[in-house]
Design a protein around this ligand. Structure first.
Ligand code: AMP
Length: 248
């Protein structure tokens, strides 16, 4: 069985985003970019399934600029077998990403597509669900455990009330939550080896997908600055202060 893992190149989670002065978006000039953290978890899960003998090949795919090659090489260094870059210099919205992934899945025929639950740049949390709908296949979102048994995948999901386990007939779409696993670091020898693993270059046109944006960003602004707190001497002063501001 083949596993397809879509990985997105996003602003690194340690970087504090700066909003562009004209309010049109986030300033990405000279900013460290990395693989979306939920996608690292997806790559790790796919590799573990291969190590267990459940999967035979892990294919990673990224839709983005030429630099997304670095993200794909990271996934290859972690242990993925092959990569596909669908290159475009424009911002691609979740629906268009899902349509491209559907076209890739039609070609590759994976038993599982494992995505991140959300990309930390746009926080959309849409692509996996849209992909499952376009493929007409079952979905298990926010996975904290994935177990394959024959042609079925059991996905334990993190839901508001606790945990829910769904049983899906494969091919199926799974999206990862934070507690699914701890992704490995790529070792230096594996980083070297990844340089020679196959990476195919494609464009959205190759799949006949129109990536023209359908959404219009009106304005991007910084969150309001939090005002500084104050220190009180003791509990009596705290209670008095709470009364004064009307919360006690
Ligand atoms: P989103 O719906 O944008 O929050 O993204 C959810 C997941 O879809 C991500 O964690 C990735 O696995 C996948 N994804 C989104 N955008 C891309 C992209 N440009 N290239 C590859 N995978 C993507």
């Amino acid at each position: 069985m083949k596993i397809l893992v879509p990985v997105k190149r996003v602003i690194d989670y340690n970087v504090k985003p700066r909003v562009k002065a004209d309010g049109t978006g986030v300033d990405l000039a000279n900013v460290k970019m990395s693989m979306n953290p939920f996608d690292e978890i997806a790559v790790e899960e796919a590799i573990r399934l291969k190590e267990k003998g459940v999967a035979t090949e892990v294919v990673v795919v990224s839709i983005g600029p030429a630099k997304a090659q670095e993200t794909l090489r990271t996934a290859l260094a972690m242990g993925a077998d092959r990569a596909i870059l669908v290159q475009t210099e424009v911002e691609v919205e979740p629906l268009a990403v899902a349509k491209i992934l559907k076209a890739v899945a039609d070609e590759e025929a994976p038993g599982l597509v494992i995505l991140g639950k959300q990309a930390i740049d746009d926080d959309s949390n849409q692509t996996g669900q849209m992909l499952a709908a376009l493929m007409g296949r079952p979905q298990g979102t926010f996975a904290s455990k994935v177990e394959v048994a024959g042609d079925t995948v059991n996905v334990t999901r993190e839901v508001d009330g606790g945990l829910e386990t769904v049983s899906l007939k494969m091919p199926a779409v799974v999206t990862t939550d934070l507690r699914l696993n701890e992704p490995r670091y790529a070792s230096l020898p594996n980083i070297m080896k990844a340089k020679t693993k196959p990476l195919a270059n494609k464009t959205p046109d190759d799949y006949g997908i129109d990536t023209t944006p359908r959404l219009k960003t009106l304005k991007v602004s910084e969150p309001p600055v939090r005002s500084a707190g104050i220190k009180v001497a003791d509990v009596d002063a705290l209670v008095a202060k709470l009364k004064e501001v009307g919360v006690a």
